[in-house]
Design a protein around this ligand. Structure first.
Ligand code: PLP
Length: 384
């Protein structure tokens, strides 16, 4: 499977979670679109590329189950959440409830919002280990009060790699009349996503992580009734000059200056790659490996899992706590000495080794990680 990707051969790539990886076949499709763009720039940007965009959007809409008019492509989840943040109308004292396990760039985005509006970003503490869904929900909703107006939360967390029970959160939030903004950066192509059944107000998911798209492709879904109030992040031609039959929402967000949108056109080819390579079945095996190996790594590093070792909480990643005072050195050691690319993440007052498993990952690579950490631990310098 690895030969179907473009990885440098000497590297053991156990960090799919950070930036994903794109199969050669999909990357070729991406470059073919770029060639078409250079071949006939005007035709592509005004007609043929737009037609291809519609085809790609329909393919993605089928995969995540929503209408293709209810989302637009953007480069990354941070841009998507910034777009939502810029149009959110909250008053001084209103609260956005979140957890203390969110992605750093999102925390910064909401801290910026706090300064602009005097609304409050409430990072509810989630005690680790999470013991069950009920335990998580109980901890999370402790942060709710009459000032809460918005829920912002990841479906799969970044540093801790935990799947949160989002369906339950969205359902309760709706009963309470709250706006829901879901950061599903890690979700498309990783765990099942059914937007219609979840029914969030805003949902963003990266395509370049687990769905295998080229870098810089992400979607932002917006519920129909909220679309007319979402301002574009970039004011461009689509703003003051409605010019297509696509409607205000897509004019606002899909026309923002000259850009290369080739990465967005690869959804049909990546879905073909997934089908031809039995990807949906293969990733189930990866999830099994995660459940098998997580307890072994915890034992090796004398620590406990941070969530139940079950498919409700873990997908194709786990984070094992590591007792280190030198996280940067530890990451460098793993890469320089053992050629293993893997992140050392930080959450609360802890560090963790976050393993990603994809169908291109071999058991011997996971064993290499295990043996390398064992050696480093025995040396007693970087891991205590
Ligand atoms: C939970 C979460 N949200 C958002 C992102 C998006 O990151 P960026 O916009 O920096 O690509 C990531 C990336 O790893 C993530 O893990």
């Amino acid at each position: 499977m690895k030969s179907k990707f473009l990885f440098s051969p000497e590297m053991v790539y156990l960090n799919h979670g950070s930036f994903g990886a794109c199969p050669i076949e999909v990357f070729n499709d991406y470059q073919n679109w770029q060639r078409k763009l250079e071949d006939s720039p005007v035709q592509f940007i005004t007609k043929t590329g737009i037609e291809a965009l519609d085809i790609s959007k329909k393919a993605l809409a089928g995969y995540i189950n929503c209408d293709s008019e209810d989302f637009f492509f953007t480069s990354n989840p941070t841009t998507a959440i910034n777009t939502v943040m810029r149009s959110l109308k909250l008053n001084e004292g209103d609260e956005i409830l979140t957890t203390d396990l969110e992605y750093g760039a999102m925390d910064y985005t909401w801290q910026f919002f706090e300064k602009q509006t005097k609304a409050k970003y409430v990072r509810q503490s989630i005690e680790l280990p999470i013991k069950s869904k009920e335990h998580f929900l109980e901890m999370f909703w402790k942060g709710y009060n009459e000032n809460t107006k918005v829920i912002f939360i990841s479906q799969i967390t970044s540093a801790t790699a935990i799947i949160f029970p989002i369906k339950e959160i969205v359902t309760k939030a709706k009963q309470l009349g709250l706006i829901t903004i879901i950061d599903g950066a890690h979700v498309p192509g990783h765990i099942d996503l059914d937007i219609k059944s979840m029914d969030p107000d805003y949902y963003t998911g990266a395509l370049h992580k687990w769905l295998l798209a080229p870098k810089g492709s992400t979607f932002l879904y917006v519920k129909k009734v909220l679309q007319k109030n979402l301002d574009p992040l970039i004011i461009s031609w689509g703003y003051g000059n409605p010019r297509t039959a696509r409607g205000q929402f897509l004019d606002y967000h899909e026309y923002n200056g000259t850009r290369d949108f080739s990465a967005y056109l690869t959804v049909p080819s990546l879905l073909k790659f997934r089908k031809d390579n039995n990807w949906e079945v293969e990733i189930k095996k990866c999830r099994q490996l995660i459940l098998e190996w997580y307890p072994k790594f915890c034992e090796l590093l004398d620590t406990k899992p941070i969530c139940p070792v079950s498919s409700d909480f873990l997908g194709q990643m786990f984070t094992v706590i590591v007792n280190t005072e030198k996280p940067i050195k530890l990451k460098e050691e793993l890469f320089n000495r053992f050629k293993i690319e893997i992140p050392i993440t930080e959450f609360k007052d802890k560090y963790g080794v976050r393993l990603s498993v994809q169908p291109y990952t071999t058991i011997s690579e996971i064993e290499l990680l295990y043996d390398s950490l064992k050696k480093i631990k025995e040396e007693g310098v970087l891991i205590k």
